[in-house]
Design a binder for this molecule. Structure first.
Ligand SMILES: *[C@@H]1O[C@H](CO)[C@@H](O)[C@H](O)[C@H]1NC(C)=O
Ligand SMILES: *[C@@H]1O[C@H](CO)[C@@H](O)[C@H](O)[C@H]1NC(C)=O
Ligand SMILES: *[C@@H]1O[C@H](CO)[C@@H](O)[C@H](O)[C@H]1NC(C)=O
Ligand SMILES: *[C@@H]1O[C@H](CO)[C@@H](O)[C@H](O)[C@H]1NC(C)=O
Ligand SMILES: *[C@@H]1O[C@H](CO)[C@@H](O)[C@H](O)[C@H]1NC(C)=O
Ligand SMILES: *[C@@H]1O[C@H](CO)[C@@H](O)[C@H](O)[C@H]1NC(C)=O
Length: 534
Protein backbone atom coordinates (compact mmCIF):
# COMPACT_ATOMS: atom_id res chain seq x y z
CA UNK A 1 0.00 0.00 0.00
CA UNK A 2 2.71 2.42 1.07
CA UNK A 3 4.94 1.51 -1.91
CA UNK A 4 1.99 1.94 -4.17
CA UNK A 5 1.30 5.45 -2.85
CA UNK A 6 4.95 6.45 -3.23
CA UNK A 7 5.01 5.19 -6.79
CA UNK A 8 1.77 7.02 -7.52
CA UNK A 9 3.26 10.20 -6.05
CA UNK A 10 6.40 9.75 -8.11
CA UNK A 11 4.35 9.22 -11.24
CA UNK A 12 2.30 12.32 -10.55
CA UNK A 13 5.30 14.55 -9.86
CA UNK A 14 7.00 13.07 -12.91
CA UNK A 15 4.09 14.03 -15.15
CA UNK A 16 3.86 17.45 -13.55
CA UNK A 17 7.54 18.01 -14.16
CA UNK A 18 7.07 17.41 -17.83
CA UNK A 19 4.05 19.67 -18.14
CA UNK A 20 5.75 22.55 -16.35
CA UNK A 21 9.05 23.95 -17.58
CA UNK A 22 11.15 26.75 -16.14
CA UNK A 23 12.81 28.86 -18.82
CA UNK A 24 14.86 32.06 -18.84
CA UNK A 25 11.66 33.97 -19.58
CA UNK A 26 9.61 32.32 -16.84
CA UNK A 27 7.61 29.17 -16.14
CA UNK A 28 5.44 27.67 -18.84
CA UNK A 29 2.72 25.07 -18.42
CA UNK A 30 1.79 22.72 -21.27
CA UNK A 31 -0.96 20.21 -22.02
CA UNK A 32 -0.73 16.52 -22.94
CA UNK A 33 -1.42 15.78 -26.60
CA UNK A 34 -4.36 13.55 -27.45
CA UNK A 35 -2.79 11.94 -30.56
CA UNK A 36 0.52 10.73 -29.18
CA UNK A 37 2.83 10.56 -26.19
CA UNK A 38 4.02 14.14 -26.14
CA UNK A 39 3.35 17.46 -24.43
CA UNK A 40 2.19 20.57 -26.27
CA UNK A 41 3.16 24.07 -25.20
CA UNK A 42 0.85 26.21 -27.29
CA UNK A 43 0.85 29.90 -28.14
CA UNK A 44 3.97 31.05 -26.26
CA UNK A 45 4.64 34.71 -27.15
CA UNK A 46 8.22 35.22 -28.38
CA UNK A 47 8.02 38.89 -29.41
CA UNK A 48 5.52 41.71 -29.54
CA UNK A 49 4.27 43.83 -32.42
CA UNK A 50 5.00 47.54 -31.84
CA UNK A 51 1.57 49.17 -31.64
CA UNK A 52 2.99 52.54 -32.79
CA UNK A 53 4.40 50.91 -35.91
CA UNK A 54 2.98 47.45 -36.59
CA UNK A 55 4.73 47.47 -40.00
CA UNK A 56 8.17 47.85 -38.43
CA UNK A 57 10.47 45.83 -36.19
CA UNK A 58 8.83 43.72 -33.50
CA UNK A 59 9.91 44.38 -29.91
CA UNK A 60 10.87 42.02 -27.07
CA UNK A 61 8.13 40.34 -25.09
CA UNK A 62 8.34 40.85 -21.32
CA UNK A 63 9.16 37.85 -19.09
CA UNK A 64 6.26 35.96 -17.51
CA UNK A 65 5.74 36.97 -13.87
CA UNK A 66 3.43 34.02 -13.20
CA UNK A 67 3.14 30.61 -14.85
CA UNK A 68 2.27 31.08 -18.52
CA UNK A 69 -0.51 28.69 -19.46
CA UNK A 70 0.45 27.53 -22.94
CA UNK A 71 -2.92 26.05 -23.81
CA UNK A 72 -4.12 27.99 -26.82
CA UNK A 73 -2.69 28.08 -30.34
CA UNK A 74 -5.70 29.63 -32.04
CA UNK A 75 -4.17 33.02 -32.92
CA UNK A 76 -2.89 33.66 -36.44
CA UNK A 77 -1.41 36.83 -37.91
CA UNK A 78 -3.85 38.99 -39.94
CA UNK A 79 -4.55 37.38 -43.32
CA UNK A 80 -7.03 36.19 -45.90
CA UNK A 81 -6.88 32.45 -45.44
CA UNK A 82 -6.28 30.38 -48.57
CA UNK A 83 -6.67 26.81 -47.40
CA UNK A 84 -10.06 27.73 -46.14
CA UNK A 85 -12.54 24.97 -45.54
CA UNK A 86 -16.05 25.96 -44.57
CA UNK A 87 -17.99 29.17 -45.18
CA UNK A 88 -17.89 32.54 -43.51
CA UNK A 89 -15.38 35.35 -43.59
CA UNK A 90 -12.01 34.26 -44.99
CA UNK A 91 -10.29 37.10 -43.06
CA UNK A 92 -8.87 36.13 -39.72
CA UNK A 93 -6.15 37.23 -37.38
CA UNK A 94 -4.86 39.60 -34.74
CA UNK A 95 -1.67 41.62 -34.50
CA UNK A 96 -0.82 40.02 -31.17
CA UNK A 97 0.19 36.89 -33.07
CA UNK A 98 3.93 36.36 -32.57
CA UNK A 99 3.50 33.06 -30.80
CA UNK A 100 5.19 29.68 -31.04
CA UNK A 101 4.24 26.09 -30.22
CA UNK A 102 6.66 23.55 -28.73
CA UNK A 103 5.87 19.82 -29.00
CA UNK A 104 7.98 17.69 -26.65
CA UNK A 105 8.07 13.87 -26.76
CA UNK A 106 7.44 12.31 -23.38
CA UNK A 107 10.83 10.55 -23.06
CA UNK A 108 13.77 10.63 -20.69
CA UNK A 109 16.32 12.10 -23.13
CA UNK A 110 17.55 15.57 -22.23
CA UNK A 111 19.37 16.60 -25.39
CA UNK A 112 16.77 16.07 -28.05
CA UNK A 113 17.33 17.35 -31.57
CA UNK A 114 15.05 20.30 -32.34
CA UNK A 115 13.17 21.10 -35.55
CA UNK A 116 11.91 24.66 -36.06
CA UNK A 117 9.46 24.63 -38.94
CA UNK A 118 8.52 27.69 -41.02
CA UNK A 119 5.19 27.42 -42.85
CA UNK A 120 4.77 28.66 -46.42
CA UNK A 121 2.03 30.78 -47.98
CA UNK A 122 3.40 33.36 -50.41
CA UNK A 123 4.16 35.82 -47.57
CA UNK A 124 0.48 36.66 -47.21
CA UNK A 125 -1.19 33.68 -45.54
CA UNK A 126 -0.39 30.68 -43.39
CA UNK A 127 -0.35 29.73 -39.75
CA UNK A 128 1.30 27.38 -37.31
CA UNK A 129 -1.69 25.51 -35.87
CA UNK A 130 -1.97 21.75 -35.44
CA UNK A 131 -4.83 21.30 -37.90
CA UNK A 132 -2.36 22.21 -40.68
CA UNK A 133 0.99 21.16 -39.15
CA UNK A 134 0.32 18.40 -36.63
CA UNK A 135 3.63 17.02 -35.24
CA UNK A 136 2.45 13.47 -34.47
CA UNK A 137 4.56 11.72 -37.16
CA UNK A 138 7.78 13.56 -36.23
CA UNK A 139 7.73 13.53 -32.41
CA UNK A 140 7.59 9.68 -32.44
CA UNK A 141 11.29 9.91 -33.36
CA UNK A 142 12.19 11.72 -30.13
CA UNK A 143 12.73 15.16 -31.65
CA UNK A 144 11.20 18.39 -30.41
CA UNK A 145 9.11 20.19 -33.04
CA UNK A 146 8.48 23.93 -32.95
CA UNK A 147 6.06 25.82 -35.20
CA UNK A 148 5.42 29.55 -35.03
CA UNK A 149 3.61 32.51 -36.53
CA UNK A 150 5.35 35.42 -38.21
CA UNK A 151 3.78 38.57 -39.63
CA UNK A 152 2.40 38.36 -43.13
CA UNK A 153 1.35 40.72 -45.91
CA UNK A 154 1.94 44.44 -45.29
CA UNK A 155 2.74 43.86 -41.60
CA UNK A 156 5.55 41.42 -42.33
CA UNK A 157 6.81 42.31 -45.77
CA UNK A 158 6.25 45.96 -46.57
CA UNK A 159 9.50 47.35 -47.91
CA UNK A 160 9.54 51.14 -47.91
CA UNK A 161 13.22 52.14 -47.92
CA UNK A 162 12.72 54.11 -44.70
CA UNK A 163 14.40 53.24 -41.40
CA UNK A 164 11.04 52.56 -39.72
CA UNK A 165 10.06 50.04 -42.44
CA UNK A 166 13.25 48.86 -44.14
CA UNK A 167 11.63 45.56 -45.29
CA UNK A 168 11.89 41.91 -44.23
CA UNK A 169 10.17 42.50 -40.86
CA UNK A 170 8.67 39.00 -41.13
CA UNK A 171 12.18 37.56 -41.50
CA UNK A 172 13.21 39.31 -38.31
CA UNK A 173 10.15 37.81 -36.58
CA UNK A 174 11.34 34.39 -37.73
CA UNK A 175 14.87 35.08 -36.54
CA UNK A 176 13.51 36.07 -33.11
CA UNK A 177 11.45 32.88 -32.91
CA UNK A 178 14.52 30.76 -33.76
CA UNK A 179 16.55 32.73 -31.19
CA UNK A 180 13.86 32.15 -28.56
CA UNK A 181 14.17 28.43 -29.25
CA UNK A 182 17.97 28.53 -29.11
CA UNK A 183 17.86 30.39 -25.77
CA UNK A 184 15.07 28.41 -24.08
CA UNK A 185 14.83 24.92 -25.56
CA UNK A 186 17.17 23.31 -23.04
CA UNK A 187 14.48 23.71 -20.38
CA UNK A 188 12.21 21.54 -22.56
CA UNK A 189 14.86 18.80 -22.91
CA UNK A 190 16.19 20.10 -26.22
CA UNK A 191 19.78 20.49 -27.36
CA UNK A 192 20.43 24.12 -28.39
CA UNK A 193 23.41 22.88 -30.42
CA UNK A 194 21.25 20.51 -32.51
CA UNK A 195 18.76 22.86 -34.12
CA UNK A 196 17.42 22.29 -37.62
CA UNK A 197 15.38 25.01 -39.27
CA UNK A 198 13.20 24.13 -42.19
CA UNK A 199 10.29 25.13 -44.27
CA UNK A 200 8.25 24.53 -47.34
CA UNK A 201 7.62 26.82 -50.35
CA UNK A 202 7.89 30.44 -49.17
CA UNK A 203 8.79 28.92 -45.78
CA UNK A 204 11.83 27.32 -47.46
CA UNK A 205 12.62 30.55 -49.31
CA UNK A 206 12.68 32.43 -46.00
CA UNK A 207 14.63 29.59 -44.34
CA UNK A 208 17.21 30.09 -47.08
CA UNK A 209 17.35 33.79 -46.15
CA UNK A 210 18.48 32.68 -42.68
CA UNK A 211 21.38 30.92 -44.43
CA UNK A 212 22.24 34.08 -46.35
CA UNK A 213 21.87 36.80 -43.71
CA UNK A 214 24.99 38.19 -42.08
CA UNK A 215 23.37 37.78 -38.66
CA UNK A 216 24.95 35.07 -36.48
CA UNK A 217 23.72 31.60 -37.40
CA UNK A 218 21.46 30.07 -34.74
CA UNK A 219 21.21 26.51 -36.10
CA UNK A 220 23.25 23.59 -37.43
CA UNK A 221 21.03 22.24 -40.18
CA UNK A 222 18.43 23.32 -42.68
CA UNK A 223 15.65 21.59 -44.61
CA UNK A 224 14.49 23.44 -47.72
CA UNK A 225 11.45 21.81 -49.32
CA UNK A 226 10.58 23.24 -52.72
CA UNK A 227 12.01 26.69 -52.17
CA UNK A 228 15.16 28.80 -52.08
CA UNK A 229 15.79 32.52 -51.75
CA UNK A 230 16.64 32.60 -55.45
CA UNK A 231 13.15 31.65 -56.67
CA UNK A 232 11.90 34.29 -59.18
CA UNK A 233 9.66 36.86 -57.49
CA UNK A 234 10.64 35.96 -53.95
CA UNK A 235 12.78 39.10 -53.71
CA UNK A 236 11.25 42.19 -55.30
CA UNK A 237 12.01 45.91 -55.51
CA UNK A 238 10.81 48.10 -52.66
CA UNK A 239 7.54 50.00 -53.09
CA UNK A 240 8.17 53.46 -51.67
CA UNK A 241 4.59 54.63 -52.10
CA UNK A 242 2.86 51.60 -50.52
CA UNK A 243 1.89 53.42 -47.29
CA UNK A 244 0.47 56.46 -49.09
CA UNK A 245 -1.39 54.34 -51.64
CA UNK A 246 -2.95 51.98 -49.11
CA UNK A 247 -3.96 54.89 -46.85
CA UNK A 248 -5.63 56.57 -49.79
CA UNK A 249 -7.54 53.41 -50.71
CA UNK A 250 -8.86 53.28 -47.16
CA UNK A 251 -9.93 56.93 -47.38
CA UNK A 252 -7.03 58.97 -45.99
CA UNK A 253 -5.41 61.16 -48.62
CA UNK A 254 -1.93 62.45 -47.90
CA UNK A 255 1.39 63.05 -49.61
CA UNK A 256 3.33 62.41 -46.46
CA UNK A 257 4.65 58.89 -45.81
CA UNK A 258 4.77 59.42 -42.05
CA UNK A 259 1.21 60.74 -41.89
CA UNK A 260 0.13 57.64 -43.82
CA UNK A 261 2.10 55.48 -41.38
CA UNK A 262 0.40 56.95 -38.29
CA UNK A 263 -2.98 56.59 -39.97
CA UNK A 264 -2.39 52.95 -40.97
CA UNK A 265 -0.83 52.05 -37.60
CA UNK A 266 -4.19 52.88 -36.01
CA UNK A 267 -6.31 51.35 -38.76
CA UNK A 268 -8.07 48.06 -38.12
CA UNK A 269 -5.86 45.21 -39.50
CA UNK A 270 -8.97 43.69 -41.08
CA UNK A 271 -9.47 46.82 -43.19
CA UNK A 272 -5.79 46.99 -44.13
CA UNK A 273 -5.62 43.31 -45.11
CA UNK A 274 -8.90 43.31 -47.01
CA UNK A 275 -7.87 46.45 -48.90
CA UNK A 276 -4.46 45.15 -49.91
CA UNK A 277 -6.04 41.82 -50.95
CA UNK A 278 -8.71 43.60 -52.98
CA UNK A 279 -6.08 45.56 -54.90
CA UNK A 280 -3.97 42.41 -55.34
CA UNK A 281 -0.87 43.64 -53.57
CA UNK A 282 1.82 40.98 -53.56
CA UNK A 283 4.33 40.89 -50.73
CA UNK A 284 7.91 39.80 -50.93
CA UNK A 285 11.31 40.10 -49.36
CA UNK A 286 13.62 42.86 -50.55
CA UNK A 287 17.25 43.88 -50.57
CA UNK A 288 17.30 46.42 -47.76
CA UNK A 289 18.71 49.90 -48.02
CA UNK A 290 21.16 50.69 -45.25
CA UNK A 291 20.38 53.24 -42.53
CA UNK A 292 22.34 54.39 -39.52
CA UNK A 293 21.30 52.42 -36.47
CA UNK A 294 19.22 49.88 -38.43
CA UNK A 295 20.68 46.41 -38.89
CA UNK A 296 19.65 44.99 -42.29
CA UNK A 297 18.59 41.38 -42.48
CA UNK A 298 19.38 41.00 -46.18
CA UNK A 299 21.56 43.56 -47.97
CA UNK A 300 22.36 41.82 -51.25
CA UNK A 301 20.51 39.90 -53.92
CA UNK A 302 20.47 36.22 -52.84
CA UNK A 303 21.38 35.24 -56.42
CA UNK A 304 24.73 36.99 -56.01
CA UNK A 305 25.33 36.26 -52.35
CA UNK A 306 28.22 33.99 -51.44
CA UNK A 307 26.71 33.14 -48.05
CA UNK A 308 29.21 33.79 -45.28
CA UNK A 309 27.43 31.38 -42.89
CA UNK A 310 27.20 28.26 -45.02
CA UNK A 311 30.44 26.47 -44.08
CA UNK A 312 29.82 23.44 -41.89
CA UNK A 313 26.07 23.48 -42.48
CA UNK A 314 24.08 20.37 -43.37
CA UNK A 315 21.27 20.86 -45.85
CA UNK A 316 18.48 18.52 -46.92
CA UNK A 317 16.45 19.80 -49.82
CA UNK A 318 14.47 18.87 -52.88
CA UNK A 319 11.28 19.08 -54.85
CA UNK A 320 8.37 17.15 -56.27
CA UNK A 321 8.18 15.74 -59.76
CA UNK A 322 5.76 18.22 -61.33
CA UNK A 323 5.72 21.10 -58.87
CA UNK A 324 3.38 23.30 -60.86
CA UNK A 325 0.64 20.88 -61.97
CA UNK A 326 -1.51 22.43 -59.24
CA UNK A 327 -1.60 25.74 -61.11
CA UNK A 328 -4.03 24.12 -63.57
CA UNK A 329 -6.49 23.92 -60.69
CA UNK A 330 -5.75 27.23 -59.04
CA UNK A 331 -7.57 30.55 -59.52
CA UNK A 332 -4.80 31.76 -61.85
CA UNK A 333 -5.62 29.03 -64.36
CA UNK A 334 -7.03 31.40 -66.99
CA UNK A 335 -3.74 33.28 -67.01
CA UNK A 336 -1.86 30.05 -67.69
CA UNK A 337 -3.55 29.79 -71.04
CA UNK A 338 -1.83 32.98 -72.13
CA UNK A 339 1.50 31.22 -72.37
CA UNK A 340 3.47 34.10 -73.88
CA UNK A 341 2.36 36.48 -71.15
CA UNK A 342 3.21 34.09 -68.38
CA UNK A 343 6.66 33.40 -69.85
CA UNK A 344 7.28 37.11 -70.13
CA UNK A 345 6.06 38.09 -66.67
CA UNK A 346 7.78 35.21 -64.91
CA UNK A 347 11.04 35.91 -66.69
CA UNK A 348 10.75 39.55 -65.59
CA UNK A 349 10.83 38.54 -61.92
CA UNK A 350 14.41 37.48 -62.45
CA UNK A 351 15.86 39.08 -65.57
CA UNK A 352 15.48 42.36 -67.45
CA UNK A 353 14.81 40.51 -70.67
CA UNK A 354 11.05 40.77 -71.12
CA UNK A 355 11.55 43.07 -74.10
CA UNK A 356 14.18 40.88 -75.76
CA UNK A 357 11.85 38.99 -78.06
CA UNK A 358 14.63 36.73 -79.35
CA UNK A 359 15.29 35.50 -75.82
CA UNK A 360 11.59 34.93 -75.19
CA UNK A 361 11.38 33.07 -78.50
CA UNK A 362 14.15 30.70 -77.51
CA UNK A 363 12.40 29.84 -74.24
CA UNK A 364 9.13 29.49 -76.12
CA UNK A 365 10.67 27.14 -78.69
CA UNK A 366 12.32 25.08 -75.99
CA UNK A 367 9.12 24.52 -74.02
CA UNK A 368 6.24 25.10 -76.45
CA UNK A 369 7.58 24.46 -79.94
CA UNK A 370 5.42 26.45 -82.33
CA UNK A 371 2.33 26.56 -80.15
CA UNK A 372 1.55 29.87 -78.58
CA UNK A 373 -1.66 29.83 -76.64
CA UNK A 374 -4.46 27.99 -75.03
CA UNK A 375 -5.30 24.54 -73.73
CA UNK A 376 -3.06 22.91 -76.28
CA UNK A 377 0.18 23.55 -74.44
CA UNK A 378 -0.87 24.00 -70.83
CA UNK A 379 1.31 21.07 -69.73
CA UNK A 380 4.34 22.62 -71.39
CA UNK A 381 3.65 25.86 -69.55
CA UNK A 382 3.50 23.83 -66.35
CA UNK A 383 6.91 22.35 -67.24
CA UNK A 384 8.34 25.82 -67.75
CA UNK A 385 6.97 27.01 -64.40
CA UNK A 386 8.22 23.88 -62.64
CA UNK A 387 11.75 24.36 -64.00
CA UNK A 388 12.09 28.14 -63.91
CA UNK A 389 10.23 28.81 -60.66
CA UNK A 390 11.33 25.86 -58.56
CA UNK A 391 13.65 23.11 -59.73
CA UNK A 392 16.35 25.14 -61.44
CA UNK A 393 16.86 27.93 -58.89
CA UNK A 394 16.79 25.43 -56.02
CA UNK A 395 19.16 22.94 -57.62
CA UNK A 396 21.49 25.78 -58.66
CA UNK A 397 21.54 26.98 -55.06
CA UNK A 398 22.27 23.47 -53.73
CA UNK A 399 25.17 22.99 -56.14
CA UNK A 400 26.55 26.35 -55.01
CA UNK A 401 26.17 25.45 -51.32
CA UNK A 402 27.81 22.05 -51.79
CA UNK A 403 31.05 23.86 -52.72
CA UNK A 404 31.36 25.28 -49.21
CA UNK A 405 33.73 23.82 -46.67
CA UNK A 406 32.33 20.87 -44.69
CA UNK A 407 28.85 21.47 -46.05
CA UNK A 408 26.78 18.38 -46.82
CA UNK A 409 23.86 18.81 -49.20
CA UNK A 410 21.33 15.99 -49.59
CA UNK A 411 18.93 16.35 -52.51
CA UNK A 412 15.62 14.48 -52.90
CA UNK A 413 12.92 14.11 -55.55
CA UNK A 414 9.50 13.21 -54.15
CA UNK A 415 7.40 11.26 -56.65
CA UNK A 416 5.35 8.93 -54.43
CA UNK A 417 1.63 8.98 -55.09
CA UNK A 418 -0.52 7.82 -52.21
CA UNK A 419 -3.57 9.12 -50.37
CA UNK A 420 -1.76 11.80 -48.39
CA UNK A 421 -0.37 13.87 -51.26
CA UNK A 422 -1.48 17.16 -49.80
CA UNK A 423 -2.09 19.44 -52.78
CA UNK A 424 -3.29 16.65 -55.07
CA UNK A 425 -5.86 15.65 -52.51
CA UNK A 426 -6.87 19.21 -51.77
CA UNK A 427 -7.65 20.01 -55.43
CA UNK A 428 -8.57 16.41 -56.44
CA UNK A 429 -5.85 16.57 -59.10
CA UNK A 430 -6.09 13.69 -61.58
CA UNK A 431 -2.95 14.22 -63.73
CA UNK A 432 -0.07 11.84 -63.01
CA UNK A 433 2.89 13.19 -61.06
CA UNK A 434 3.39 14.79 -57.68
CA UNK A 435 2.84 18.51 -57.20
CA UNK A 436 3.86 21.33 -54.85
CA UNK A 437 3.16 20.52 -51.16
CA UNK A 438 2.43 16.83 -51.79
CA UNK A 439 5.21 15.51 -49.54
CA UNK A 440 3.92 17.51 -46.55
CA UNK A 441 1.13 14.97 -45.95
CA UNK A 442 3.79 12.39 -45.04
CA UNK A 443 5.54 14.70 -42.56
CA UNK A 444 2.74 16.56 -40.77
CA UNK A 445 -0.83 15.58 -40.04
CA UNK A 446 -3.42 17.85 -41.61
CA UNK A 447 -7.09 17.71 -40.87
CA UNK A 448 -8.42 17.28 -44.40
CA UNK A 449 -6.33 14.14 -45.04
CA UNK A 450 -7.14 10.67 -43.64
CA UNK A 451 -5.87 10.38 -40.05
CA UNK A 452 -5.52 6.61 -40.31
CA UNK A 453 -3.19 6.09 -43.30
CA UNK A 454 -3.25 2.81 -45.20
CA UNK A 455 -0.28 0.43 -44.91
CA UNK A 456 1.64 1.79 -47.90
CA UNK A 457 1.16 5.40 -46.86
CA UNK A 458 2.13 4.61 -43.27
CA UNK A 459 5.31 2.95 -44.59
CA UNK A 460 6.08 6.11 -46.58
CA UNK A 461 5.46 8.26 -43.48
CA UNK A 462 7.83 6.03 -41.51
CA UNK A 463 10.51 6.25 -44.19
CA UNK A 464 10.31 10.00 -44.75
CA UNK A 465 10.08 10.98 -41.10
CA UNK A 466 12.99 8.65 -40.29
CA UNK A 467 15.09 10.24 -43.07
CA UNK A 468 14.18 13.73 -41.90
CA UNK A 469 14.73 13.08 -38.18
CA UNK A 470 17.97 11.14 -38.79
CA UNK A 471 19.13 14.27 -40.55
CA UNK A 472 18.05 16.39 -37.55
CA UNK A 473 19.86 14.08 -35.10
CA UNK A 474 22.99 13.08 -37.02
CA UNK A 475 23.27 15.54 -39.92
CA UNK A 476 22.91 12.50 -42.20
CA UNK A 477 19.56 11.04 -43.32
CA UNK A 478 20.92 7.49 -43.78
CA UNK A 479 23.71 6.90 -41.23
CA UNK A 480 23.08 3.12 -41.41
CA UNK A 481 21.16 0.82 -43.76
CA UNK A 482 18.05 -0.66 -42.17
CA UNK A 483 15.07 -2.69 -43.36
CA UNK A 484 13.06 0.52 -43.34
CA UNK A 485 15.77 2.49 -45.18
CA UNK A 486 17.71 0.03 -47.32
CA UNK A 487 19.65 2.80 -49.04
CA UNK A 488 22.61 5.10 -48.61
CA UNK A 489 21.79 8.66 -49.67
CA UNK A 490 25.01 10.42 -50.71
CA UNK A 491 25.52 14.19 -50.55
CA UNK A 492 26.44 16.33 -53.58
CA UNK A 493 30.12 16.46 -54.49
CA UNK A 494 32.20 18.83 -56.62
CA UNK A 495 31.13 17.04 -59.78
CA UNK A 496 28.18 14.80 -58.96
CA UNK A 497 24.59 15.69 -58.17
CA UNK A 498 23.04 12.60 -56.61
CA UNK A 499 19.41 12.63 -55.59
CA UNK A 500 17.22 10.30 -53.54
CA UNK A 501 14.05 9.57 -55.45
CA UNK A 502 11.32 8.97 -52.91
CA UNK A 503 8.73 6.84 -54.68
CA UNK A 504 7.26 3.42 -53.80
CA UNK A 505 10.93 2.51 -53.48
CA UNK A 506 13.84 4.66 -52.43
CA UNK A 507 16.35 4.95 -55.28
CA UNK A 508 19.50 7.01 -55.64
CA UNK A 509 19.43 8.69 -59.04
CA UNK A 510 21.79 11.22 -60.55
CA UNK A 511 21.31 14.84 -61.67
CA UNK A 512 17.51 14.87 -62.07
CA UNK A 513 16.06 16.84 -65.02
CA UNK A 514 19.59 17.26 -66.37
CA UNK A 515 18.61 18.34 -69.91
CA UNK A 516 16.38 21.18 -68.79
CA UNK A 517 18.83 22.14 -66.06
CA UNK A 518 21.58 22.42 -68.69
CA UNK A 519 19.36 24.74 -70.75
CA UNK A 520 18.97 27.04 -67.75
CA UNK A 521 22.66 26.77 -66.87
CA UNK A 522 23.47 28.21 -70.29
CA UNK A 523 20.72 30.79 -69.95
CA UNK A 524 21.90 32.03 -66.56
CA UNK A 525 25.53 32.06 -67.69
CA UNK A 526 24.57 34.29 -70.63
CA UNK A 527 22.29 36.68 -68.71
CA UNK A 528 23.45 36.90 -65.12
CA UNK A 529 24.44 40.52 -65.76
CA UNK A 530 20.79 41.33 -66.51
CA UNK A 531 19.23 40.42 -63.16
CA UNK A 532 16.17 42.57 -62.57
CA UNK A 533 17.10 43.13 -58.92
CA UNK A 534 20.61 44.16 -58.03
C1 LIG B 1 7.82 51.62 -31.76
O1 LIG B 1 7.66 52.37 -32.93
C2 LIG B 1 7.78 53.76 -32.72
C3 LIG B 1 7.42 54.44 -34.06
O2 LIG B 1 8.28 54.03 -35.08
C4 LIG B 1 9.19 54.07 -32.26
O3 LIG B 1 9.31 55.47 -32.02
C5 LIG B 1 9.47 53.31 -30.97
O4 LIG B 1 10.81 53.48 -30.59
C6 LIG B 1 9.22 51.83 -31.19
N1 LIG B 1 9.30 51.14 -29.90
C7 LIG B 1 10.30 50.32 -29.59
C8 LIG B 1 10.27 49.72 -28.24
O5 LIG B 1 11.20 50.06 -30.39
C1 LIG C 1 -8.07 30.82 -27.43
O1 LIG C 1 -7.82 32.14 -27.85
C2 LIG C 1 -8.80 32.66 -28.72
C3 LIG C 1 -8.31 33.96 -29.29
O2 LIG C 1 -7.70 34.74 -28.31
C4 LIG C 1 -10.11 32.77 -27.96
O3 LIG C 1 -11.11 33.29 -28.80
C5 LIG C 1 -10.51 31.40 -27.47
O4 LIG C 1 -11.66 31.48 -26.67
C6 LIG C 1 -9.39 30.77 -26.66
N1 LIG C 1 -9.72 29.38 -26.39
C7 LIG C 1 -9.65 28.86 -25.17
C8 LIG C 1 -10.03 27.41 -25.05
O5 LIG C 1 -9.28 29.51 -24.21
C1 LIG D 1 0.04 66.25 -53.03
O1 LIG D 1 1.00 66.98 -53.78
C2 LIG D 1 0.50 67.49 -55.01
C3 LIG D 1 1.66 68.09 -55.78
O2 LIG D 1 2.54 68.76 -54.90
C4 LIG D 1 -0.63 68.48 -54.72
O3 LIG D 1 -1.15 68.94 -55.94
C5 LIG D 1 -1.71 67.78 -53.94
O4 LIG D 1 -2.70 68.69 -53.56
C6 LIG D 1 -1.14 67.14 -52.68
N1 LIG D 1 -2.17 66.34 -52.05
C7 LIG D 1 -2.38 66.34 -50.76
C8 LIG D 1 -3.50 65.44 -50.26
O5 LIG D 1 -1.74 67.00 -49.97
C1 LIG E 1 9.75 46.93 -71.81
O1 LIG E 1 8.92 47.65 -72.70
C2 LIG E 1 7.84 48.30 -72.07
C3 LIG E 1 6.93 48.87 -73.18
O2 LIG E 1 7.69 49.44 -74.19
C4 LIG E 1 8.40 49.37 -71.15
O3 LIG E 1 7.35 50.03 -70.49
C5 LIG E 1 9.27 48.68 -70.10
O4 LIG E 1 9.87 49.65 -69.27
C6 LIG E 1 10.34 47.84 -70.75
N1 LIG E 1 11.00 47.06 -69.72
C7 LIG E 1 12.32 46.94 -69.61
C8 LIG E 1 12.82 46.10 -68.48
O5 LIG E 1 13.09 47.47 -70.37
C1 LIG F 1 -12.54 16.91 -53.82
O1 LIG F 1 -13.30 15.74 -53.64
C2 LIG F 1 -13.95 15.66 -52.39
C3 LIG F 1 -14.59 14.29 -52.26
O2 LIG F 1 -15.26 13.95 -53.42
C4 LIG F 1 -14.96 16.81 -52.27
O3 LIG F 1 -15.60 16.79 -51.02
C5 LIG F 1 -14.21 18.14 -52.43
O4 LIG F 1 -15.11 19.22 -52.43
C6 LIG F 1 -13.41 18.15 -53.72
N1 LIG F 1 -12.57 19.35 -53.72
C7 LIG F 1 -12.45 20.16 -54.74
C8 LIG F 1 -11.55 21.34 -54.56
O5 LIG F 1 -13.03 19.97 -55.79
C1 LIG G 1 10.59 -1.77 -55.80
O1 LIG G 1 11.53 -2.73 -55.40
C2 LIG G 1 11.05 -4.07 -55.45
C3 LIG G 1 12.10 -4.98 -54.83
O2 LIG G 1 13.37 -4.67 -55.31
C4 LIG G 1 10.74 -4.41 -56.90
O3 LIG G 1 10.21 -5.71 -56.99
C5 LIG G 1 9.70 -3.41 -57.43
O4 LIG G 1 9.47 -3.64 -58.81
C6 LIG G 1 10.17 -1.99 -57.23
N1 LIG G 1 9.10 -1.06 -57.57
C7 LIG G 1 9.26 -0.04 -58.38
C8 LIG G 1 8.05 0.81 -58.60
O5 LIG G 1 10.31 0.25 -58.90
Amino acid sequence: MFTCAVILLLVISHVELRLLVHTEVGSIQGVPADDGDYVMFLGIPYARVNASNPFGASIPHEKFDKVFEAFNDSVMCPQIREIYLGGGDPYKGALDCLHLNVYVPNTETTDKAVYVYIFGGKHDHGRSQRDLYGPKYLVRHDVIVVTFNYRLGPYGFMCMDIPEIPGNQGLWDQYKAIKWVRDNIQAFGGNPQRITIGGHSSGAMTADMHLLTKQPRLFQQAILQSGSATIPGFVRPSDKTALIDIAEKIGFKTNDTYAALSFLAKADPETVIKTTAKYEYEWASCVEKEFDGVVPYIDENPELSEGINIDGLNILSGFTERECIYTLYSPSYAFLLKSEDILRSDLGFKFNLQNHSNVLDIIKHFYLGDHANGEINKYEVVDFLTDFDFVYPLQRQLIKYAKHKDTNVYQYLFSYEGHLNRMKRYYNITEPGTTHSDELGYIFTIDFLPDVPNTDDQHKIDQITTLWTNFMKYGNPTPVRTDLLPVSWPPLTADTVPCLQIDSNLTVISRPFHRNMAFWDLFYAAHLDKLSII
